[in-house]
Design a protein around this ligand. Structure first.
Ligand SMILES: Nc1ncnc2c1ncn2[C@@H]1O[C@H](COP(=O)(O)OP(=O)(O)OP(=O)(O)O)[C@@H](O)[C@H]1O
Length: 302
């Protein structure tokens, strides 16, 4: 289990993380979310031992994770970290990059393991391709496979699918997260994408103003977001009568006390997002058809 106790960290004199406390159990999947600049990447780097803490402790089971002041080489065998900038060897092939950290003593096992990992990241057809000729998304997948090569106990992923197109993202996400769960590998994923969280993460931690705003089960946070920041992660929302109401919860009805005027209509595929004026405030709701600008409407909320 990973235990983070009273962790504080600053770059020079600027505090980025203040007094964080949380745990990640074996095989558990934790998502870290927060606005750009809230310190998600910094937290992953600190957990990896890339920096020294101002104060606090990080423990993986009984091993204390320490920064460069105490370690000549950053990192531990049980933990892998895939940064946003993946640092691969460009002049060798995909399979050589993945196999780089596997023992040459057992060539058959090495080959099997490489083939298994290529499948997890859906790069089997590129096994003999030189990394320098790959696209950004393909390189990101090689970096993921390489981090898994030696079966870590915990993996830290910084926006793991940021370079991967939507077409591939869905299946890669399923394949990778399924692999981590089956092999009881704990993972901490910094992300901006709710699809990386819903359906996969056991817990979701929201970073705000250097601290943990909330750490809970994603379903709870989705159903009952306590703050606009949490709600905004899941989608378009409104604050009406001091309540957070998602756009999909606000419905058009024949008659109600919530009278609004349509301002704009956005085509969103299987629905339209309607922007309306409600007593001088802008509200958004989802509707299955387009509505004309200027139309007077009535709305209801749960
Ligand atoms: N090496 C560094 N030295 C000094 N300040 C840094 C360094 N790296 C990041 N910062 C600052 O720390 C803060 C947190 O940055 P960080 O990259 O951790 O945020 P983030 O939540 O991961 O953002 P994003 O979602 O945009 O990736 C930012 O204000 C950033 O400018």
């Amino acid at each position: 289990m990973l235990q983070v106790k009273n962790l504080s960290f600053s770059y020079n004199k600027t505090t980025i993380l203040k007094n964080l406390n949380f745990k990640v159990k074996k095989g558990e999947h934790l998502s870290i979310i927060g606005e750009s600049g809230s310190g998600k990447s910094t937290l992953l780097k600190v957990l990896y031992g890339e920096y020294d803490l101002d104060s606090g402790h990080i423990l993986w089971d009984n091993t204390e994770i320490l920064g460069p002041k105490f370690n000549l080489v950053v990192g531990y065998d049980f933990m892998k970290y895939v940064a946003q900038e993946f640092d691969l060897m460009p002049f060798i092939t995909v399979e050589e990059n993945i196999g780089k950290f596997l023992s040459n003593f057992y060539p058959e096992e090495k080959q099997q393991r490489t083939a298994e990992l290529l499948e997890v990241v859906e790069l089997t057809p590129f096994s003999k391709t030189k990394v320098k000729t790959l696209s950004g998304g393909q390189k990101q997948r090689v970096a993921l496979a390489r981090a898994l090569a030696k079966q870590p106990e915990i993996i830290l992923l910084d926006e793991p699918f940021s370079h991967i197109d939507n077409f591939k993202k869905q299946s890669l996400r399923r394949s990778l997260f399924k692999y981590l769960k089956t092999h009881h590998i704990s993972c901490i994923v910094a992300t901006h994408d709710k699809d990386d969280v819903l359906g996969y993460a056991d817990r979701m931690l929201v970073l705000n103003d250097k601290q943990i705003e909330v750490n809970d089960i994603p379903e709870q946070l989705f159903k009952n977001p306590k703050t606009p920041l949490t709600a905004s992660f899941f989608g378009e929302f409104n604050v009406i009568n001091n309540r957070i109401v998602y756009a999909h919860q606000l419905k058009l009805v024949n008659k109600s006390n919530l009278k609004a005027t349509v301002k704009h209509c956005y085509f969103k595929g299987h629905y339209y997002l309607i922007e309306a004026d409600l007593n001088g405030d802008t509200v958004f709701f989802e509707h299955d058809g387009a509505l004309k600008t200027g139309k007077e409407i009535s709305l209801t909320m749960p």
